[in-house]
Every structure is written in structure tokens, then in C-alpha cells.
Design a protein around this ligand. Sequence first.
Ligand SMILES: [Zn+2]
Length: 394
Amino acid sequence: MALTRTRRRARAVYGGLGHPVEDGVMVVQEAADDAVVLYVGSDDEAARRWPDAGARDDGFALSPAPVNAHVHLDLSTMAYVEDTYEAFVRAVLAHGRAGGRGLEAAKAGLAEVRRSGVAAFGDVVADAEVMHWLLEQPNLSGVAYWEVIAPDPADADRVFDEVVEALRAFRARQRPDGLRVGLSPHAPHTVSAPLLRKLAQLAQANDLPLQIHVAESPSEVRLHRSGDGPLRELMGDLLGAFRPSGRTPVGYLASLGVLEAAPTLVHGVHVDEADVGRIERSGSVVVHCPRSNAALGTGRFPWETYAAHGATVAFGTDSRGSSPSLDVQAEVAAAQALHGDRAHVGGLVRAAVKGGYRALGMATPRITRGTPASAVATWRIAADGTVVPPSSAI
Ligand SMILES: [Zn+2]
């Protein structure tokens, strides 16, 4: 049986190690019943070593499958909102009161995430029934983060004890081929300072992945700076004991010692140079959700500042409430359009793959000589930036 060799070219070719090769190639060798990667690197070198190989243009990128590092599956039946952050929060609360959150929505969300072709995902879970169901599912990879919202410091000890009990029960249900349990204190203004401290210490002591929304909107910055504004008005009495620290939201987390647990930080839009330096030094990963930021008008993520500091960025879709789909490749396409020349294709692909795995505390799979070609993801972003929908259901 003759062997067929193909030089598969793409704008970014990534084997999971170092930096992607821009305008690179993967050489794939096919036999009757198997196909393996022979080479990952420069097209000139591949053409020299395998002059008889055919060439094929595979478009945007070839890499290990990307990761969706931040989603809320139980909001998958919520209507898409394009409005202010505060209006979005009101819509989420109304959707929940109307019974729209829960298992059926999570099932729909999981089906969509599986179709999108990601290798792993990080889901923020607000309901114990959903958590139990997710942990029972085989052949899933990633983290199910248990969400905590408790802004009143008077509740800190009681809520902490409840969280410890809940996590104990969830961890007992983890399966070797399923999701890992994590913890998500929702945001610096929705979890009181004493509880945030205790949860971060709990995560650190128990090797629990941690994920926190932070520095998402201008109103969040204003709340921390001066204690007033739209977010204060939204939360009303719930924020009764909250006193502004005068710091940035990330500076506030750092002052509580939360960054020492190296949490994954979701959004990270409103940060200054000092914040980005703190994030990089702590080993925290920031999850970029550009379509959610655009829908809620919260501002542009400073991609180039994170890149200049060498901080690790991942991608997440956030929920269907602020994102038109749960396809992380559409998120990368949106980032490319948003940041233009400030973001290289290789950097975007590396973030969606290696950044995503790091955000979830996982190792990045490698594609190297001998790797089955089935491990190679061919990205669906077309030359004009549109994203071809995922076709095959798993
Ligand atoms: Zn979110």
C-alpha cells in the first residue's frame, strides 16, 4: 500500500510547544488505515525533506483542539442580551426567577460545547443538580467551578462551611475520565472580603482550581474606586457593608491575598500596568471573552499590555446570555477583528490552546512526529474572518 504525504499549510501551525509557526506546515503521512504527523514547522524545510508531498491550504490554524475556558452552561437557554452590564445582570436574575436556569439548559449547553470541537472547558456551575449531572458524564475534560455569591461579611463563616460541605460531596463524585471540581467566588464585589480570603486559602490548600470574574466593566472599577455608580445602584442593600478600597479590582484581590492562589481571572478588561504585572507574577491566567465584552459594551481587553508583560491569556465564550454561541473559535475570530495588528495569529492560537489548558490547570497535548493526525484540529476561521459552523455532532 502506497503512502501519501501532504504538506498541510496554515497561517499558524502549533504543536503545543513554544510558539506557533506562522505560515507553517504540518506534514501528514497517510497509509491504508492510519495517518500520522511527520513534521511540524516551516514549509520550506518540509518541501526540501518531502519534495514529492502534495500541498494543501488548511486556512487559519492547525493545532491541538482549543479550549473554552469560561462558560455558564446553565444559561444556555437565556435570550441574548446586548445592553449594559447592569441590564444584563437584571436579565440573568429574571431568567433564573422564571425557572430558565438548571439541568435542561446545561444539557443544551454541553451539547453545543461538544459540537464546537473543544478539547476541554471550564463551566461555572450555580446549581447542585447540574454539578452532580456534569460530574457523572464520562469523556469530559476540564473543570466544573462551584459558584459562590455572598456579599455580606456577616454570612462569611456560614457560607464558607456550606461551601466546604458542598465541595466534599462533589469531589466524591469526580470520575477519572470526567470533569474536575473547582471553585468560583463570583466577583470581588459579590463575595465579601473575609469570605474571599478564606475561599482562596481553601483552594490553595486543597489544589482546587479557582476562577473569578474581575475587572469586567467600568462600573466595577468605579465601585472599587469611589463606592458609587451603576453597580452600587444595581446591588443596593446587598452591598451594604462594601467599602471601596480605592484600588483597582485586581489590586483589591491582590490586597486580600487572593492572587496567591493563582486564580483564573475572567475578563480582566479594566487593568493597569501594575495589575498586569501582578497577574503575570502570580501565575494567574486571564480569560478573554471579547464577544461578551462587546455585547455589554464593557470596553476593549488590552491584549497588547498582557502580551508585553508575558501574561498568559486564554479564551472563553461566557454564557449564551451575552454571546451568540458557545464556539470558542468565533471568540478568537472576534478578538482578531477587535485587536487587529496588535494581536498576531500565532498569539491568538496559542492563547486558545495552551492558555486554555493552563487556565484549567491542565497540560497542553503535543503534536509531534508520530502523533495521530486525528489529534490535529483544523480551525474553521475563514480568510475573511467568518467562522464556518461546526458540522459534526459528537
Ligand atoms: Zn462569566
